[in-house]
Design a protein around this ligand. Structure first.
Ligand code: F6R
Length: 257
C-alpha cells in the first residue's frame, strides 16, 4: 500500500488524475471503476478538462460504478446514475454502451448483481478503481461488518451513512436505507486502486485503513491486502497516522529506488 500525503484537496485530485491519465496512456480501453460522493468531484472536473483539451479520449474507456441506492430510478436527481451524468459523463466523449452501473430498481436483484460481476469479468476486470471512504471506513457501500470477500449484493446502510448523505436529499426521511454495492472482494480484484480522502472527518477511517488491523470493522483496511493500492490523502485526513513522516519520505524518494 502506498500512502501519498498531499497538502490539500486540490493536490490529491491532481495526483489522482495524473495516475489515471498515465494508466490511460498505457491502455486506451482502460476499464475504470468509479465512485460517487463529494470526494471525486474534483477528479471528474479535471478529467473533463483533459477531455476538452484533447488530452484524454474517452471513446474506448469502459466504466463500472461502485454502487447505487435501491429504490431510486436512474432519473432520480439523487441516484448515482444521475450524479455520474451530471458530474462526468455528459461532458466527455464516453460511449453510452461502455457505461455500466447498478440499477436502483432491478427486476431480480440477485440476477442483476451476478450479471454485473460477469460483465466486469467479460471485459477483463477493472484496471483502476477509484474510491472514496466513509467516515466509518466503508468503501463502496460495504459498511463495517461486511465480509472481506463479499461480491456485488444488496446492503443495508448504517444510520451514520444515511445521516452523512441526508444533506443531499430534500427530506431526510426519503434517504434510501438500502443499496446495491460491489463487494470488498470485487473491489480487491481491481488491478489498481486509488482511495482518496480529504478533511478531518476522514482521519479515523484513514488511520484504520492504513495502520489498523485488517478487519471487517473497517472495510477500507482490506486494501492492505492489495498489491497496487494507493491511498491519497490530504494533511487533515492523514492527521492521525503514526508513520506520516515515513510515508512522505518514501514518496519523495520514490524515483531514487
Ligand atoms: C460512493 C461510495 C462511498 C463514498 C463515501 C465517501 O460511490 O461508494 O463509499 O465514497 O461514502 O463519500 P464522500 O466522498 O461524499 O465523503
Amino acid at each position: 500500500m502506498d500512502v501519498i500525503i498531499k497538502k490539500n484537496y486540490e493536490e490529491i485530485c491532481n495526483e489522482a488524475v495524473r495516475i489515471i491519465h498515465e494508466s490511460w496512456e498505457k491502455k486506451k480501453n482502460l476499464v475504470l471503476g468509479l465512485a460517487t460522493g463529494r470526494t471525486p468531484i474534483g477528479v471528474y472536473q479535471r478529467l473533463i478538462e483533459l477531455n476538452k483539451k484533447g488530452e484524454m479520449d474517452f471513446s474506448r474507456i469502459i466504466t463500472f460504478n461502485l454502487d447505487e441506492y435501491l429504490g431510486l430510478d436512474e432519473s432520480h436527481p439523487q441516484s448515482f446514475a444521475c450524479y455520474m451524468d451530471k458530474n462526468l459523463f455528459q461532458y466527455v466523449n464516453i460511449k453510452r454502451e461502455n457505461i455500466f452501473r447498478l440499477k436502483g430498481k432491478p427486476e431480480d436483484i440477485e440476477k442483476h448483481c451476478q450479471e454485473y460481476e460477469e460483465k466486469i469479468r467479460a471485459v477483463g476486470g477493472i484496471d483502476l478503481q477509484l474510491l472514496g471512504v466513509g467516515r466509518n471506513g466503508h468503501i463502496g457501500f460495504n459498511e463495517p461488518g461486511s465480509s472481506l470477500s463479499s461480491r456485488t449484493r444488496p446492503k443495508a446502510l448504517t444510520q451514520s451513512t444515511v445521516e452523512a448523505n441526508a444533506s443531499l436529499f430534500k427530506n431526510k426521511e426519503r434517504v434510501p436505507r438500502y443499496c446495491l454495492t460491489m463487494g470488498i472482494g470485487t473491489i480487491l480484484d481491481a488491478k489498481q486502486i486509488l482511495l482518496l480522502a480529504s478533511g478531518k472527518e476522514k482521519f479515523y477511517a484513514i488511520k484504520g485503513c492504513v495502520e489498523g488491523p485488517i478487519t471487517a470493522s473497517v472495510p477500507a483496511s482490506a486494501l492492505q491486502l492489495h498489491p497496487q493500492a494507493k491511498i491519497i490523502v490530504d494533511e487533515e485526513a492523514a492527521w492521525f497516522l503514526d508513520r506520516k513522516d515515513y510515508y512522505k519520505w518514501v514518496y519523495e524518494n520514490r524515483l531514487k529506488f
